[in-house]
Design a protein around this ligand. Structure first.
Ligand code: CTP
Length: 405
């Protein structure tokens, strides 16, 4: 694919280098177009070396090739990172006073802006209006991350991490339409990762969940405008998604408490976490040593089912019109195939949607891609085609939207 990476003039321009690498490493043909001021932060030679293509800022280089029209026309995706307040203002008003803005006017492919600026600039009514205009024009303007900005101040305005921009850009290539802002004003709780049930201070019972699917759910929901709380169990060191509140927990018990707390007043709960069904009855206060009193078995007790608890609370009228999504990782066995088990699970759990993944043999766990089925309480069954975990998340959210009260 032909990817244009536009770089605005902000300190986060150095992160555009990692983004360019991600696109070239995954086989894309990348054209970097910085603004003049971006070159104050990162040299032209760096972008040329990383992309393998010439880099210009103005419209008067290679004039016979008409690059100010051709690059935009031929692009499959344009990503602007960092998108500064000034660059978004120029793009929103349709200016074409450099190669990047001219490219934005001629591009007919998906366009993603990854903003980076100080919180005051991000919250200024002029920027708010420009972001709304760009979204109305069909562009995807990402929610910035919160955190430390240049200098001592913190707040929303940090450039989302390159991995995150790459994930969202790849999602737009897969979806081939803009990301809808259909979850604005919604509160969504997502659980992710595996729980750990301690045996002693150093050992636990755990599972192979990486948290990637739940993190993708949270990330995509936030970028569709939802206010997202992510209840994260053990993950493989994933970066917190931009504009998402992350609550870290360890055990199933802690996860249940956090989900209950945050689901009050929420519009949807998505239980992507792999919650342990059992925990050891006895947790040793000190490390269990080899020696005279070696345990030869571990006595287990059942954890409560958080998802079933939510469904019950809703039946009891405590959670209003909360929409509830469950996940099922199934292998199939002598009693039935993956879908047979999944249908039974949906009926048993009573949630509105069940996302079903076949697991085992290198599928679903720890990998970046996923596929499966989406079963609805109304009897609908939809195949979820193989694609990134963000794409699967996006399809689930497409189905969830109409279920929200
Ligand atoms: N779940 C939960 N609380 C638990 C166990 C599971 O909320 N104690 C949720 C998971 O987050 C997931 C769904 O229930 O959304 C299905 O999890 P799974 O482990 O597949 O279901 P189980 O009922 O434990 O079924 P199985 O007998 O297949 O383990």
């Amino acid at each position: 694919m032909r990817i244009v990476v536009g770089v605005g003039g902000g300190i986060a321009a150095y992160k555009a280098c990692s983004l360019v690498r991600k696109f070239t490493e995954t086989g894309h043909d990348v054209r970097v177009i910085p603004t003049e001021s971006a070159l104050q932060f990162v040299g032209k030679a760096t972008f040329e070396a990383l992309s393998g293509n010439p880099v210009h800022t103005g419209v008067f280089a290679d004039v016979p090739e008409v690059p100010h029209v051709r690059i935009g026309q031929e692009a499959d995706l344009v990503v602007i990172a960092p998108a500064t307040a000034d660059l978004m203002a120029r793009a929103a008003s349709g200016r074409a006073d450099d190669l990047l803005t001219a490219t934005l006017l001629t591009a007919r492919c998906p366009v993603v802006f990854a903003p980076a600026m100080h919180t005051e600039m991000w919250e200024h009514p002029a920027t708010v209006a420009n972001v709304a205009t760009l979204r109305a024009h069909g562009s995807t303007v990402m929610e910035p991350a919160s955190g430390r900005l240049t200098g001592a101040d913190t707040g929303p305005g940090r450039l989302p991490e390159p991995e995150e921009i790459f994930a969202l850009a790849s999602l737009l290539l897969e979806r081939s339409d803009a990301l809808p802002r259909d979850l604005e004003g919604r509160r969504v709780v997502v659980s992710a990762g595996g729980t750990r049930e301690p045996l002693d201070p150093v050992r636990f019972l755990g599972n192979r969940s990486s948290g990637k699917q739940g993190y993708a759910m949270a990330r995509v929901a936030a970028q569709r405008g939802a206010q997202v709380t992510l209840i994260a169990g053990n993950t493989i060191g994933l970066e917190p998604p931009a504009a998402v509140e992350v609550v870290h927990v360890t055990t199933a018990e802690q996860m249940g408490t956090a989900v209950d707390k945050h689901s009050a007043g929420a519009d949807a709960v998505i239980m992507a976490a792999a919650v342990a069904d059992f925990r050891p009855v006895n947790v040793a206060a000190a490390k269990i040593k080899k020696g005279a009193h070696e345990p030869n078995s571990i006595e287990l007790t059942k954890n409560r089912d958080i998802l079933a608890g939510l469904v019950q609370a809703r039946r009891d009228g405590q959670l209003g019109g909360l929409a509830i999504v469950g996940f099922a990782a199934e292998t199939g066995d002598e009693h039935g195939d993956v879908l047979t088990h999944a249908r039974a699970k949906l009926a048993r759990k009573g949630c509105d949607l069940l996302v079903v993944n076949a697991v085992g043999e290198g599928k679903a766990f720890e990998v970046d891609n996923n596929d499966g089925w989406l079963l609805g309480a109304d009897g609908t069954e939809q195949a979820l085609d193989h694609g990134s975990k963000a794409l699967l998340a996006s399809r689930v959210l497409d189905a969830l939207g109409p279920l929200l009260r």
